[in-house]
Write a protein that binds this ligand. Structure first.
Ligand code: ZN
Length: 367
């Protein structure tokens, strides 16, 4: 498989750690304890469980899907990595605490010296961004990958917002296009409750990227300019419930994938569609979220298309449990796992892998 070579053969690119090879003994689940934002209780000022990522990992360990040694440790995206998409001007603006306070919607951040903002707020977000880029390559190699964080779909190359400071989805796709042979078309399936205006602005005129977006039409960001990039737009009303929602997910994800067959699917699996979410305004049950993820993974697997999932928005106290339950369900259904690529018409090749703590010794395994 030519497209599996590290750093691919596509012209000159900067050197990056994010595409370093990962032992086959690791599951393509990406995480780092640095994902979690904790700083003097500041994180509590946001309507957010800013430690949800660590809790997902905790639940997955409890259920013995993963161990300390068999998942992939995310690396922080460097400035050079970020410059693949972001402008220098934008990255320089993040050196102003006021700008970061505005983007992350945590007002007190404006009073912190920027070195603290960098360390306590932006580093976690850069590490999650690195995780999404790494998961992109893993998805191509293994047929699936999950970044337990990421999904900052309101950020574009020159503009952050809605808690999103880096455009991790755009970055993951651009890295794949630039570095991996055979990857030239991507489909984004964005099922967060909000419109994904960041990646939409970035790919507005890029015919290689097909965007399906399903969101509450009445809430932030209502970005009409970005909507022009959506090839399959599904606008929902307040309080949409499971049956209508799941029917639409099935119909439109199948429809999107029938319309254009991509080389990779980026699935933005925001859980702010959950009933009671203070921002999302939809009424989907925990079971509905588990079913939704299953529908999308099934559509990908049936076609043998690699899928990268990021967890995006959704920060109620019960959110982490639901994300973990969904990942466990995907595993039970045979949609993820060491052999997830086999069968159902896939041309890919994973035969067998030993998973477990035997993979120690690599600097890329962890937690
Ligand atoms: Zn959202």
């Amino acid at each position: 498989m030519s497209h599996k070579e590290d750093n691919g053969g596509k012209g000159s690119s900067h050197r990056t750690d994010l595409y370093a090879s990962i032992p086959r003994t690791c599951l393509p689940i990406v995480y780092h304890s640095d994902y979690n934002i904790t700083f003097m209780g500041l994180e509590k000022l946001h309507p957010f469980d800013a430690g949800k990522w660590g809790k997902v990992i905790h639940f997955l360990k409890e259920e013995q899907l993963i161990t300390d040694g068999n998942i992939v440790e995310a690396c922080e995206a460097t400035e050079e990595d970020l410059l693949v998409v972001h402008t220098k001007r934008y990255l320089n603006r993040l050196k102003w605490s006021l700008v970061v306070a505005t983007i992350t919607e945590i007002p007190p951040v404006m009073f912190l010296p920027n070195f603290l903002v960098q360390r306590k707020v932006l580093r976690p977000l850069r590490t999650q961004t690195g995780g999404t880029i790494m998961a992109g390559k893993l998805a191509v190699d293994r047929g699936w990958a999950i970044n337990v964080g990421g999904g900052f779909h309101h950020c574009s190359s020159d503009r952050g917002g809605g808690f999103c400071a880096y455009a991790d989805i755009t970055l993951a796709i651009k890295f794949l296009f630039e570095r991996v042979e055979g990857i030239s078309r991507a489909t984004i399936i964005d099922l967060d409750a909000h419109q994904g205006n960041g990646h939409e602005r970035d790919f507005l005129d890029d015919r290689r990227v097909f965007i399906m977006d399903m969101y509450n039409r009445h809430i932030y960001p209502r970005d009409g300019y970005a909507k022009r990039a959506i090839k399959r737009k599904v606008e929902l009303d307040w309080g949409t419930e499971d049956s209508e929602y799941l029917q639409k997910v099935e119909l439109h994800s199948e429809g999107a994938l029938n319309e254009i067959r991509p080389d990779i699917i980026i699935y933005n699996a925001g859980t702010d569609i959950l009933d009671g979410d203070p921002l999302g305004g939809l009424s989907i049950s925990p079971h509905g979220i588990v079913k939704r993820d299953e529908i999308v993974f099934r559509a990908a697997k049936r076609r043998g298309i690699p899928i990268l999932m990021v967890t995006s928005g959704g920060y109620q106290k019960k959110t982490a449990r639901i994300i973990a339950d969904s990942i466990l369900n995907l595993h039970r259904q045979g949609l993820i796992g060491p052999e997830a690529l086999e069968g159902e018409g896939s041309s890919s090749m994973v035969t067998s892998m030993m998973c477990g703590p035997g993979s120690s010794g690599s600097t890329f395994t962890t937690v």
